[in-house]
Design a protein around this ligand. Structure first.
Ligand SMILES: Cc1cc2nc3c(=O)[nH]c(=O)nc-3n(C[C@H](O)[C@H](O)[C@H](O)COP(=O)(O)OP(=O)(O)OC[C@H]3O[C@@H](n4cnc5c(N)ncnc54)[C@H](O)[C@@H]3O)c2cc1C
Length: 471
């Protein structure tokens, strides 16, 4: 009889866990994946990336029909009406089809789905739904959940104070939505409801939106969102939210301290971040401690301090992004199989899927300068405006730019930032270039199809050494 039930047992079937399980099975390992949710795919497919993109896409089309964008292309519409339940249904259809797709892939690759939440018994066994299961290798891929705001009670069913999951499922368009937190999730979901007719106010503790992104991008984002009609209250903290009869009253004050004021809203979205899921895992039973941020630390190969136990995705340090989790899923399975699985954490793109999209990969200008010891002459920066890109101009998309940051001596690209309608797609080219150690000259001398938004990356790269043509 085999020593263990499985070679690999993955806890959690989000983009990290399900990808790790499939890759492990593809490599010939007997694999199981425990998932407590009723469907596979984790946060991303059920209440994250996919439903938010379904609503972003639908709401963008709606806005184009009502705000004169269609008319600007010579398309006449009759009165345009929102059928919110149909929009929500197409979101659910996408989620169902994609989560069902993972179930199909599990069957195809012979990954056993253990239905239920797993708790460690020891380093090689867990209990799932009352059943003890053992494995030679256990991968923790339990992801993350919404960070609560102390003193603020979220009630997604009531729909007045909601988190991202509640904001994805609203069955009415709020009159006034206040978004607490000007990060990616708050801005994406705030954009959805603004496009559908809500007045949206974003309250952000810091002095700019989109923490972690390049300073130029953050400043431009504030201008663009304001132009779209979002009210921004930067450098402001929420100190309390009182709910009465379907209305919320928020008390806010300057982050640095000062006079308090109140804001009335009929919907409040709490989007201040996410925290790793480790409660109930029984980590104490295997002697695995968390770091100060509640994350599980691993080495470069995704091994934890406990022999046979590995961890990936949102539960370990690094950006909380689905593609980072997926790549770690592939790498951990390859490492378990004795191959060399590597993730280059210096080249993980990040995208905000609003209109326009905001995207970046590598270092921000601020981080590049800091790495250069504050010596401005050690880095080169070039920006090319989308206004000068023929395709963006033709498509009536004047906002945005592409910015390339390169090492002044070696010309190696250190970071690329883009604001454009398709910045999320454009950034893949920059990531690939950086992965290959490209110089700005490599990008500048790569032939780009015309007319495409991507030509703006080429022109920005040209600007590092010479001059762009179209400016
Ligand atoms: C609204 C929203 C929009 C987002 N949009 C994007 C986007 O556009 N692009 C992007 O890259 N990222 C996006 N993200 C982030 C992305 O969803 C996460 O980074 C990604 O899902 C992390 O993957 P994971 O596998 O680490 O964990 P998760 O996807 O969180 O999956 C973990 C799974 O583990 C299960 N689990 C937890 N504990 C146990 C246990 N003890 N036993 C069994 N199962 C357990 C959970 O039920 C869950 O299904 C978004 C997130 C949100 C909330």
């Amino acid at each position: 009889m085999a020593e263990y039930d499985y070679d690999v047992l993955v806890i959690g079937a989000g983009p990290g866990g399900y990808v790790a399980a499939i890759r492990a099975a593809q490599l010939g390992l007997k694999t199981a994946c425990a998932e407590g949710r009723e469907t596979l795919g984790g946060t991303c497919l059920n209440v994250g990336c996919i439903p938010s993109k379904a609503l972003l896409h639908g709401s963008e089309k709606f806005e184009e029909a009502v705000n004169g964008t269609f008319a600007s292309y010579g398309i006449k519409t009759g009165p345009v009406e929102l059928d919110l339940s149909a929009m929500q249904q197409q979101k659910l259809d996408s989620v169902k089809s994609l989560t069902g797709g993972i179930e199909f892939l599990f069957k195809k690759n012979k990954v056993t789905w253990l239905k239920g939440y797993a708790t460690f018994e020891d380093a090689h066994s867990v209990t799932v739904a009352g059943q003890k299961v053992s494995a030679k290798h256990i991968v923790i891929a339990t992801g993350s959940s919404v960070t609560p705001l102390p003193g603020v009670t979220v009630d997604n069913d009531a729909g007045v104070v909601v988190d991202s999951t509640g904001a994805l499922a609203l069955n009415r368009v709020p009159d006034h939505m206040v978004v607490i937190g000007g990060g990616v999730i708050g801005l994406e979901l705030g954009s959805v409801w603004r496009r559908l007719g809500a007045k949206v106010t974003v309250v952000e503790y810091l002095d700019q939106l989109l923490p972690g992104m390049d300073g130029d991008v953050r400043r431009e984002a504030a201008k663009i969102f304001k132009k779209q009609g979002m009210a921004l209250k930067l450098s402001t903290k929420v100190t309390g939210v009182a709910v009465d009869g379907g209305k919320a009253t928020l008390t806010v004050e300057p982050s640095a301290g000062g006079a308090a004021e109140t804001i009335e809203a009929d919907c409040v979205l709490v989007a201040i971040g996410r925290k790793p899921n480790t409660d109930g895992l029984g980590l104490d039973k295997i002697g695995l401690e968390l770091n100060k941020r509640g994350q599980i630390e691993t080495d470069h190969d995704f091994r934890t301090k406990v022999d046979g136990v590995w961890a990936i995705g949102d539960v370990i340090p690094g950006p909380m992004l689905a593609h980072k989790a997926e790549d770690e899923g592939i790498a951990v399975a390859e490492n378990i199989a004795g191959l060399t699985g590597i993730v280059n954490h210096d080249v993980i793109p990040g995208v905000v899927y609003t209109f326009p999209e905001f995207a970046g990969v590598g270092l921000t200008q601020e981080a590049a300068l800091e790495k250069a010891g504050g010596d401005q002459s050690k880095i080169k920066v070039s920006k090319f405006p989308m206004l000068a890109n023929s395709r963006a101009k033709t498509n009536h998309e004047p906002d945005g730019f592409v910015k390339v940051i390169a090492d002044a001596q070696t010309d190696r690209v250190l970071g690329v930032w883009a604001i454009a309608s398709v910045a999320g797609t454009m950034i893949a080219e920059a990531a690939l270039a950086m992965e290959f150690g490209a110089t700005s000259e490599d990008i500048a001398y790569t032939c780009h199809a015309h007319p495409t938004h991507s030509e703006a990356l080429k022109e920005a790269a040209m600007g590092i050494r010479e001059k762009p043509i179209h400016m």
